[in-house]
Ligand binder design. Structure first.
Ligand code: ADP
Length: 253
């Protein structure tokens, strides 16, 4: 069976000030439908949004973000587990920092745990351990973390569910005539240089970190699919029917 990593951005599963439970439910229902076809590892952001719904600290301040993440992570997992319970499933939480990917021993050990969770029918949910990550060890965005998870935890490809429904020839937020690119087999160096800036107040990342994730994967001959996290029709068709009706598919072949 193929193994995939699904990464969902904060914007896709939160409103301005709290988690969006309908979207979480849509995501979980997709993951349940994938059973039997794929083994799934979920990478989920939104701890800060979940924290902010409890305590309105200034999210621009780095220490506040760590506090909000520490406060919000249990609420994020509670939301996931309440929804998973509706489907008679549960999840296991794995919080990682860049440090965990520095040694092969640690990577091997984490993979063993993930393999075992999957074997037991428990959905592994990974997030960055923002609360303890010091500045030099912080990924800062779950795009990079999810690419590393794909490479090191035995996955065949990565699905990024984003607030944008694909990669465009220019920023669609600025240019009305921007066109979505259907397939990408190579990322030009120039595109990787841009500033990794926040696409919204929830997330850090933007398109550059998604392209960096794709670049990492393409170099190792892995694939990535970028599609909307608001409406899962395109991701559904891609994963369940092997049909690309939208999104951007990054693949060397
Ligand atoms: P998420 O929160 O889902 O991880 P981000 O908001 O961080 O996603 O990044 C996606 C944003 O990047 C889009 O909403 C869009 O405004 C911006 N963007 C800039 N250039 C492009 C491009 N060429 N193609 C697609 N999106 C782009």
């Amino acid at each position: 069976m193929q193994r995939i990593v699904i990464k969902v951005g904060s914007t896709s599963i939160s409103n301005k000030e709290s988690l969006n439970l309908d979207r979480l439910r849509g995501l979980i229902s997709l993951i349940v439908d994938l059973e039997g076809l794929y083994e799934v590892i979920l990478v989920s952001s939104a701890a800060i949004s979940a924290g902010f719904s409890k305590l309105q600290l200034d999210r621009k301040n780095p220490l506040n973000r760590q506090v909000l993440s520490s406060l919000g992570q249990p609420y994020l997992m509670r939301a996931y587990n309440e929804i998973l319970a509706e489907f008679n499933r549960f999840s296991g939480q794995i919080l990682l920092t860049a440090y965990d990917f520095r040694s092969n021993i640690s990577i091997k050990h984490i993979k063993l745990v993930i393999d075992e969770l999957i074997k037991k029918g428990i959905l592994p949910i990974i997030n960055e351990n923002d609360a303890v990550a010091s500045e030099e060890l912080i990924f800062g965005d779950n795009d990079t973390l999810s690419a590393k998870a794909t490479l090191h935890f035995g996955a065949d490809f990565l699905v990024i569910l984003s607030d944008i429904d694909g990669f465009y020839d220019k920023n669609p937020a600025e240019f009305a005539n921007a066109r979505r690119i259907e397939r990408v087999s190579f990322i030009e160096k120039e595109l990787l240089k841009g500033e990794a800036k926040a696409g919204s107040e929830h997330g850090t990342g933007g398109i550059v970190t998604k392209l960096r994730a794709a670049d990492l994967l393409l170099k190792e001959n892995k694939k990535m699919f970028l599609a909307s996290g608001f409406d899962l029709t395109v991701a559904r068709a891609f994963l369940l029917e092997n049909k690309q009706i939208g999104g951007t598919f990054f693949s060397r072949d």
